[in-house]
Design a protein around this ligand. Structure first.
Ligand SMILES: O=P(O)(O)O[C@@H]1C[C@H](O)[C@@H](CO)O1
Length: 289
């Protein structure tokens, strides 16, 4: 309900003077993205009316407001996943609150396993597009009555990852000398919480998925529905096991460890991107793929 989002937005605006233009969602092990914000105001999710709680290790569960390179940002240190038992409406609740706070650009980050043959652990993938597996079978946060105040009943999703920001990020990576770890590709969301079987991994690979994770797509759907510009990064924390000969297996601690190792590069990229992105209040102005 519009009123519930508004109530949370009003509460936040009564608690902080910051009026964010950019929102950042930190993926597993990527909570340090909030550390770069100056003049911080932080709120534990437990204290924010209407907010769900984070239950996953590596997701601190606080909302941090602050300044970065002259832009006002709000950063979710911890996101909500479907597998935690939240409804998709709840997992995406903060997005509409951000919209009401005046945010115009959303940066999503996540930890993901790679299927693409050329990808290495530690690579950073610019998300070009996604496959929302839960969404394809009707597990979509936009199901139910449409709230026309936020967006249309049948929103387009082609071009939901802004092309201008993707190009800018690639340029920045070259300038920072980190282009060799930068990739671009398709992210697929699966429900989790278990990691993929080998047969599932092979299926995803054959379908053209470059990286797989358990989040992001519902957030991007809700953000695109309400006209936010979106940029997404996946940190490749592991290669998904695709061979019955392979003796390695993935675990969440390993995922968090790669986050720590690559945190500096992810931070540099996001900081420069925020510095150089143009902000305007014209919804969907850069939406062409
Ligand atoms: O919040 P993200 O998508 O970064 O979290 C990924 C997917 C699972 O929640 C977890 C698995 O290690 O990391």
């Amino acid at each position: 309900l519009h009123d519930e989002y508004q109530k949370t937005a009003d509460w936040l605006m009564s608690q902080t003077k910051h009026r964010p233009q950019v929102a950042i969602i930190c993926g597993s092990g990527l909570g340090m993205l909030a550390d770069t914000l100056k003049c911080q105001d932080s709120f534990a999710y437990a204290d924010i009316p209407g907010f769900p709680q984070s239950t996953v290790q590596g997701h601190a569960g606080q909302l941090v407001f602050g300044e970065l390179k002259g832009k006002t940002c709000v950063c979710m240190q911890g996101r909500f996943h479907m597998y935690e038992g939240h409804s998709l409406c709840k997992t995406t609740f903060p997005i509409r609150v951000f919209k009401l706070l005046g945010v115009e650009t959303l940066i999503v980050t996540n930890a993901a396993g790679s299927l693409a043959d050329g990808f290495q652990t530690g690579d950073i993938m610019i998300i070009k597009d996604h496959i929302n597996f839960p969404g394809l079978v009707g597990l979509n946060p936009l199901c139910g009555p449409n709230d026309d105040k936020f967006g249309p009943r049948f929103p387009a999703m082609s071009g939901c990852y802004d092309k201008g920001l993707r190009c800018l990020a690639m340029e920045i990576a070259k300038e920072l000398g980190v282009a060799s770890v930068l990739q671009e590709g398709v992210y697929a969301m699966v429900g989790g919480p278990n990691f993929e079987t080998i047969a599932e991994a092979r299926l995803l690979h054959r379908l053209g998925v470059d990286a797989v994770g358990m989040s992001t797509a519902p957030e991007v759907v809700v953000a695109t529905h309400c006209g936010l510009r979106v940029f997404g990064l996946s940190l490749i924390t592991n290669k998904v096991v695709k061979s019955y000969e392979d003796t390695e297996s993935v675990n969440h601690e390993g995922v968090l460890e790669i986050g720590r190792l690559r945190s500096h590069t992810v931070q540099q990229l996001v900081t420069e991107l925020i510095d150089r992105m143009e902000i305007n209040n014209n919804d969907n102005i850069n939406k062409s793929i």
